[in-house]
Design a protein around this ligand. Structure first.
Ligand SMILES: C[S@@+](CC[C@H](N)C(=O)[O-])C[C@H]1O[C@@H](n2cnc3c(N)ncnc32)[C@H](O)[C@@H]1O
Length: 368
């Protein structure tokens, strides 16, 4: 039930001023302002008393999804506060992605997911993973789940069986919803559904969630039968962050490998390779396997730099990519935008904390 901050603070034996400060800092998950007054779900545990929920992360890449779950970063002047999650196990096969992950987020097991599955903890609160999408993406070979890489979603299914989490989050490309992929989609939802969780299958346009990019992604969130999940509400629908707002300050900046401000000099090519960003619109989807044919700057006679691509993907400037141009391109293009991931993680935190965004326990877009 939504109550005033004063009532909430009193019930927790804390001062209203401290509760207000926590609300303003975004540390009270369910707090929102109605007119001039803050309200908060009285089911929410006081943030200082809250333990961190444990997370196992599969197919972690450089850590875009994981950064959203950890939180505590700034992007284009907005602070995305720390989240009540701790990543206790992560895995990725690509060595360069692991280097970047370690530098920014911490320990990760490098290797094939099935080779390290035995090292999973006996139980965790949350399992997350963006399973490889090349066989499903419209830019891939469209073999669907018969392709070797996308059938790897079964590793997430297996990890859920082994660790019995309260919540799992599986991410993939929006084209999972295409007719050509309908068989794959049906099978994936069936397999996740058979785990005995309530499923929320939701398609997100990243540009509606504070990301300067029209990246289209699907999240399948499974929650235990006794829990409620409400997908995050769009935060920038109708007023997306534009490419210019995201990267204009980097225009005069010189080539700077330490800041990943390096760009491909690949010649013009077909498909995405000839596209130019449009200054007053969000960017196009940043791809992983574009072989240097990333989109051009809207003003400059060059392709966008890796740091600019990272901005379009909503990575904070403090996130370092510990690899050369091609591997960095792959890591950025593969990632879940951290700002979108942060909003999903927040909804998951509310689920685990027994509160939902609107305080009503409503679940949207249930499939299964
Ligand atoms: C879509 S990306 C995930 C990106 C990540 N979620 C992020 O936000 O940065 C999929 C990742 O799975 C990794 N991968 C592919 N096959 C794998 C395997 N057999 N075992 C472990 N990781 C694998 C790829 O190297 C790639 O980094």
């Amino acid at each position: 039930m939504l109550v005033s901050l004063k009532e909430y603070a009193e019930a927790c034996g804390r001062s209203a001023d401290t509760a207000r400060r926590l609300a303003e800092q975004g540390k009270l998950l369910s707090a929102k302002k109605i007119g001039r007054n803050w309200v908060v779900d009285n089911a929410e545990e006081y943030p200082f008393d809250r333990k961190k929920w444990t997370v196992a992360s599969l197919f972690s890449g450089c850590g875009g999804l994981d950064l959203g779950f950890v939180g505590g970063f700034d992007f284009l002047g907005t602070n995305y506060p720390e989240q009540p999650f701790e990543i206790v196990w992560a895995n990725e096969i690509n060595a360069a992605a692991c280097r970047t992950y370690r530098y920014n987020l911490g320990e990760i097991k490098q290797g094939d997911v099935y080779d390290v599955m035995e090292t999973l903890p006996e139980s965790v609160d949350v399992v997350i993973g963006g399973f490889p999408c090349q066989d499903i993406s419209i830019n891939g070979k469209m073999k669907g789940i018969k392709g070797k890489r996308s059938s790897l979603y079964t590793a997430i299914v297996e990890a859920v069986k082994r660790t019995n989490p309260k919540v799992f989050v599986a991410e993939n490309v929006g084209s999972l919803f295409l007719k050509t992929n309908s068989e794959s989609f049906k099978k994936i939802v069936e397999d996740f559904g058979a785990l005995g969780y309530k499923l929320d299958v939701h398609r997100y346009d990243s540009s509606e969630y504070g990301v300067p990019q029209t990246r289209d992604r699907v999240f399948i969130v499974g929650v235990r039968e006794d829990m409620f999940y409400a997908a995050p509400e769009p935060s920038t629908a109708g007023a997306p962050i534009t490419a210019k707002q995201a990267i204009d300050d980097l225009k005069e900046r010189e080539w700077d490998p330490a800041f990943a401000h390096i760009w491909s000099k690949a010649k013009r090519s077909g498909e995405q390779g000839n596209r130019h960003l449009v200054a007053d619109r969000p960017g196009y989807t940043i791809r992983a396997e574009c072989h240097g044919n990333i989109q051009y700057h809207y003003d400059l006679p060059r392709r966008i730099s890796m740091r600019e691509a990272a901005r379009i993907q909503s990575f904070p400037d403090t996130f370092a990519f510990v690899s050369g141009l091609r591997e960095t391109e792959r890591q950025i293009g593969n990632a879940v935008p951290p700002v979108l991931a942060w909003q999903i993680a927040r909804s998951v935190a509310m689920t685990l904390g027994g509160v939902t965004q609107d305080g009503s326990g409503a679940i949207r877009a249930v499939a299964g």
